[in-house]
Design a protein around this ligand. Structure first.
Ligand SMILES: C[S@@+](CC[C@H](N)C(=O)[O-])C[C@H]1O[C@@H](n2cnc3c(N)ncnc32)[C@H](O)[C@@H]1O
Length: 282
């Protein structure tokens, strides 16, 4: 497992921005308006869920070696690029939000490159470039359609090259159509699912835990729900075969009330994140 700095690691001092950010996002991104907040939230090494769950899982599945090149699709403020760079891997991020791109460049070390572009058009954004592996960390739900993203990723990979996709779990975490609930009779916490097969888009709170009335509580992004089959089919259409699947639970727990044991059991049993690993078939 990669040794990556823990949450109290503040990273090297930020460089001053090299150039002012271009005004226009390369694709519609609700993250542009909250780039400052997101950059602070992730910090240098990633928010706690990234450090505890997402980055270790994605780095393990990528299995990238020192000197290899990895494409980071929708790189945000560069949290994955920095983790890869710590391993001596050359990371190239493609990001639609100019402000997040600037945040990534400002924090970047020598193994990182960040490019403004629409990940649905990787051929134009990175003409003639090739990579050993690619990752899409918590981004495919922010992109629509995903077929061109996956097809573009497949084209820059060699046969056998991996694309690792981390998602909120589409089976258990449908935005606004799923929730934890309590069965009083059975004294069980369960996951209530109100919709699954039909794809939909909805605006969701960026930071659902934010205190009501704060600026954070008003921040919204657009999320696209697709059933699991849509991701696997889109991989197949792009010439990618799914070879790995990690279903990850949330290690965070609330305060220890009388339902704690039941809540803990459910939280350990029902995964809220999915990491799919696909390889280019030929
Ligand atoms: C939830 S953030 C994740 C960012 C980063 N991967 C991380 O894990 O911190 C989703 C990112 O996808 C970017 N994005 C959305 N649509 C995009 C597109 N068509 N092309 C490139 N980036 C896009 C957003 O601007 C945002 O930075």
């Amino acid at each position: 497992m990669a040794q990556f700095p823990r949450r109290d690691y503040s990273g090297p001092p930020r460089k001053s921005a090299q150039s002012p950010p271009p005004a226009q996002p390369a694709a519609p991104s609700a993250w542009e308006g909250q780039a400052g907040w997101y950059d602070q939230h992730q910090g240098y090494g990633g928010a706690d869920l990234y450090q505890m769950v997402l980055l270790p899982a994605v780095l393990k599945r990528l299995g990238a070696k020192k000197g290899q090149r990895v494409l980071d699709i929708g790189s945000g403020q560069g949290v994955l690029g920095r983790a890869l760079a710590h391993l001596g891997v050359d990371a190239v991020g493609v990001e639609a939000s100019p402000s997040l791109l600037e945040a990534a460049k400002t924090r970047a070390g020598k193994h990182e490159t960040y490019v403004l572009g629409d990940a649905r058009n990787l051929g134009e954004v990175l003409p003639g470039q090739a990579f050993d592996h690619a990752a899409a960390l918590m981004v495919l739900q922010d992109m629509d359609p995903i077929q061109p993203v996956l097809a573009g990723a497949a084209r820059v990979l060699p046969p056998g090259g991996r694309l690792v996709m981390a998602l909120t779990h589409p089976c258990f975490r449908q935005p606004k159509r799923s929730a934890w609930a309590w069965d009083e009779e059975r004294r069980q916490q369960y996951r209530r699912i109100d919709g699954y097969l039909s794809p939909y888009q909805t605006r969701i709170a960026t930071h659902p835990g934010a205190a009501p009335g704060t600026a954070e509580a008003a921040m919204m992004t657009v999320s696209t729900h697709r059933p699991l089959s849509a991701y696997i089919e889109a991989c197949g259409q792009a010439g990618l075969g799914v070879v790995g699947c990690d279903e990850l639970t949330n290690p965070r727990r609330g305060t220890k009330g009388i339902r704690f044991a039941a809540e803990d059991l459910a939280a350990k049993e029902i995964p809220l994140f999915l990491v799919l690993t696909a390889v280019r078939l030929k």
